[in-house]
Design a binder for this molecule. Structure first.
Ligand SMILES: Cc1ncc(COP(=O)(O)O)c(C=O)c1O
Length: 442
């Protein structure tokens, strides 16, 4: 009999990918589905990158595990400008997606992980795969951002040490998935100081760094350059999730870190496909068409997600106005009584209710580290045809309610579904009808 690794047995398919696969299945079966479940950038591949990929298709040689040297140099020069780090003190490594950078960075540094809650779905499972303990760090969310109080963080570290734990690393993500919020510069500086004082290694997940609605790129590496590895890639601002390009900016001052990351690369993914590495070089040369593409997509994310947040607030839900990325994180706490009458007690039941009753896919808060009874959902505001929307915007159509009605009708249908879900009158009518939870997205 084959005995499976007990650490891995506790794993489930990543909820975001599971939701996406379920939606494709249901749509193939002809069902109408409103999809707020998956954080997939909806826009087309920039033409220049498509052409470059075709041009390099015949390149079939392995590349160095650290990445194509021209690409590493271009990335370092691009990011050292916007992050404000000294390129001579850092190295770059290229990986097949930043998910593997995050995994390799967790693997490289011993000790327990400090993880703010809510946080992206994969940090904790990755920690579990490595047998690492996760120490949760509390956050506050409001229209000013995603707040991690520096002194509370320090206390969490001290308490964990008193309990015999060994906190050595923290993952921070801003603009943030699931909240769409970011961390302000003064707060990044204060968190950096605590990490320097307490010798905590910072894994700074900046995958949405270029989807910042105020156009400001924030990075904690500016405040703690010798403690921070920056993880980013091209999946979000360049809509290239399926091309699988991630990268890390690694401080030379952490002795051995770059070499260890390269060893992990060489023993696992070997190298990112060569044609892809040659093609994405074009993304780092400052071409005007590429920079315009990024800022146009960002303007659309800003408009659509702010529109959804305001729509949710009009319904009475608690939802901060987003500052970046393409997510919202409404809290249904003020409708607990209404939802109870529909048989909904937990965020998982809420997710299932919305799917069963309204064909609306969302992700419940537990995957992001919340307690089951915390009634939060992660919404992804990308349920529209990105080609059509980008085209309309670039042809000068103003971003307003008519734009949504014309080019992103599922957004309004989703808002109607949320309104119906928390409607007090219909809750009275529905009271007796408590359905079995759906199993489609288990
Ligand atoms: C916060 C966050 N980090 C990392 C990733 C991983 O992206 P990729 O592996 O495509 O670079 C994602 C993708 O959804 C994400 O939302």
């Amino acid at each position: 009999m084959v005995t499976l690794n007990c650490t891995s047995q506790k794993l489930k398919l990543s909820p975001t990918l599971a939701a996406n696969e379920a939606v494709s299945r249901l749509r193939e079966q002809g069902q109408t589905i409103l999809h707020m479940g998956f954080g997939q950038a909806p826009f087309p591949v920039p033409v220049r990158l498509k052409e470059a990929l075709i041009k390099h298709a015949s390149n079939n040689k392995y590349l160095p595990s650290i990445g194509l040297s021209e690409l590493c140099e271009a990335v370092l020069s691009y990011y050292s400008d916007i992050i404000d780090v000294d390129p001579s003190t850092h190295d770059v490594i290229i990986a097949p997606g930043s998910k593997l950078i995050l995994y390799a960075a967790q693997l490289a540094v011993k000790g327990d992980l400090l993880m703010p809650v809510p946080s992206w779905v994969s940090y904790e499972p990755q920690a579990k795969m490595l047998g690492t303990e996760v120490i949760k760090v509390s956050t506050q969310l409001d229209d000013e951002g995603y707040h991690i109080n520096a002194e509370a963080l320090r206390n969490t570290i001290i308490r964990a040490r008193e309990e015999g734990k060994n906190p050595t690393k923290i993952i921070l993500n801003y603009p943030n998935n699931p909240t769409g919020l970011t961390i302000s510069e003064p707060e990044l500086a204060a968190i950096a100081q605590v990490c320097i004082d307490e010798d905590i290694f910072i894994i700074s997940d900046e995958i949405y760094g270029l989807v910042s609605y105020d156009g400001i790129y924030r990075s904690i590496s500016k405040y703690a350059p010798d403690h921070t590895i920056v993880s980013t890639g091209l999946s979000k601002h360049m809509a290239l999730g399926g091309w699988r390009v991630g990268l890390a900016i690694i401080p030379k001052s952490i002795e051995g870190l770059k070499d260890l990351m390269v060893c992990i690369a060489s023993e696992t993914w070997s190298c990112v496909p060569s044609p892809v590495q040659y093609a994405v070089l074009e993304a780092y040369k400052g071409h005007e068409d590429i920079e315009n593409y990024v800022s146009d997509c960002c303007a659309i994310y800003d408009f659509v997600n702010t529109y959804i947040a305001k729509g949710l607030r009009d319904i009475g839900l608690t939802c901060s106005l987003p500052q970046g990325a393409f997510y919202l994180y409404p809290d249904f706490k003020d409708f607990r009584d209404v939802l109870l009458r529909k048989g909904v007690r937990t965020s998982e039941e809420l997710e299932k209710y919305l799917l069963e009753t309204h064909g609306l896919v969302t992700l419940n808060g537990t995957g992001f580290g919340e307690e089951p009874e915390t009634l939060t959902l992660r919404l992804s505001g990308c349920d529209y045809d990105g080609d059509e929307v980008l085209n309309a915007y670039q042809n000068g159509e103003p971003l307003n309610a008519d734009f949504i009605a014309r080019h992103a009708p599922n957004i309004n249908l989703s808002l109607e579904a949320f309104a119906a879900c928390v409607d007090r009158q219909s809750a009275n009518d529905d009271e007796a009808v408590v359905e079995e939870p759906a199993s489609q997205l288990a």
